[in-house]
Design a protein around this ligand. Structure first.
Ligand code: LMR
Length: 394
């Protein structure tokens, strides 16, 4: 039966982790997959998460099934976190999913069942899993201009020119903040223009939020999302708790639908239940229970925010130090763009040959296309990284 299956292509991100583990060099650097690391190279469990987990473990009385929506306290807490005080709060639903990839797939399936001829527009470039997920749901995918490889910033004029041509059969997938893989975020004015275009032309925006709190702060990072939610009749949202709560392996995410009316949103929820049932049935509870425990306890929530701020400050410091080291070693300011980027990643535009040379000759692992996970870097490794980048001709 399986002889007809072609050999699988390596995942461009996950395969790097395997290669890194097999690398025996002592001074190797893993700047591939998006995980936050401290100066010692560990991805620590957040204190707020530990406290919540211990409390839950002590209070646990059953492991019986939850329903198709997963942990409903979590769903409510996430809707409150993202949409509290928005007019959309009264006409939205959220269902817990296995990670945000699970949420992306579920909402892609929802789009495909509501409008099979819909076309999903992705930024150039976008998160590597966006296109495969949308296509696996049978949706057509197209790309809008986003990143300007010369300025390393968003080309908002080109982006908006394309978006202004979208209509009622189009879905516009946007990154909530800390764009993956580029690190370049659009201005709030661009979000405003997108909201106006969506109102005028009837396309459906879809916001994928995976790095809340890694940019300017938990409220500032959802400024664009809130603009859309507050002003549009319909919106799709996927949110990941992997990074913001450090719950990577617990696969905790949510799919949110804002409808014109609560009835429309509830209809969508019914469809999402059907889709979940025929795929994974229910999401795992542990990560969601932890997030709910944190968000529903003001002290724990404050602790979580403080920890998140500290992580974000560390990433800012690393960006600053990296840009300074590039200035020092290259005698030029051409890497200053690193300090203008947000979140974990920066897209350097290094060529495939340079990326391979970094890996093979210097034991430095970055994603093809030149995405560097700044959050995976230790301060003491910065001179080594800069030296290697310049040596491969960056
Ligand atoms: C990344 O982009 O590195 C992460 O979001 C991990 C993933 O799922 O690819």
């Amino acid at each position: 039966m399986f002889e007809a299956i072609d050999k699988a292509k390596d995942d461009p991100i996950l395969s790097l982790g395997i290669a890194y583990q097999q690398d025996t060099r002592a001074n190797k650097l893993d700047l591939g997959i998006g995980v936050y690391r401290n100066e010692q190279g560990n991805t620590p469990v957040m204190k707020a998460v530990s406290v919540a987990a211990q409390r839950l473990l002590c209070a646990q009385t059953t492991q019986a099934y939850l329903g198709l929506a997963g942990n409903t306290d979590y769903n409510q807490a996430m809707l409150d976190l993202l949409l509290m005080d928005s007019p959309a709060h009264g006409r939205c639903i959220g269902i817990q999913t296995p990670g945000a990839s699970g949420a992306l797939r579920l909402l892609a399936d929802l789009i495909a069942s509501a409008k099979p001829n819909a076309k999903v527009w992705l930024s150039t470039p976008s998160y590597v899993n966006h296109q495969p997920i949308m296509q696996a749901a049978g949706l057509e995918v197209a790309f809008y201009p986003y990143f300007d490889p010369l300025t390393k910033q968003v080309d908002e004029a080109a982006m908006l020119a394309q978006i202004s041509k979208l209509g009622p059969d189009d879905v516009l997938l946007l990154h909530g903040c800390c764009h993956n893989p580029t690190g370049a975020d659009m201005s709030i004015e661009a979000w405003q223009q997108i909201a106006q275009l969506a109102l005028n032309n009837g396309f459906l925006p879809f916001v994928d939020l995976a790095y809340q709190g890694f940019g300017e702060g938990i409220d500032q990072d959802i400024g664009g999302l809130r603009l859309l939610a507050d002003n549009l009749p319909e919106l799709l949202i996927t949110c990941s708790n992997s990074k913001s709560f450090g719950l990577y392996r617990e696969r905790t995410g949510i799919a949110i639908v804002i409808g014109q009316t609560l009835q429309h949103a509830s209809n969508a929820r019914g469809k999402l239940f059907e889709l979940a049932r025929r795929s994974y049935t229910m999401p795992p509870n542990w990560g969601a229970a932890i997030v709910a425990e944190i968000l529903n306890d003001p002290l724990l929530k404050q602790q979580w925010q403080d920890e998140l701020n500290a992580m974000s400050l560390r990433m800012r410091g690393l960006r600053q130090a990296l840009a300074e080291e590039f200035r020092l070693q290259s005698n030029s300011d051409r890497f200053d763009y690193l300090t203008a980027h947000q979140g974990m990643f920066s897209l350097t535009g290094f060529s495939l040959a340079q990326t391979e040379q970094l890996r093979e000759q210097y034991g430095i692992y970055i994603v093809g296309g030149g995405r560097i996970n700044i959050a995976g870097l230790a301060k003491h490794a910065i001179p080594q990284l800069v030296n290697a980048c310049l040596a491969v001709g960056a």
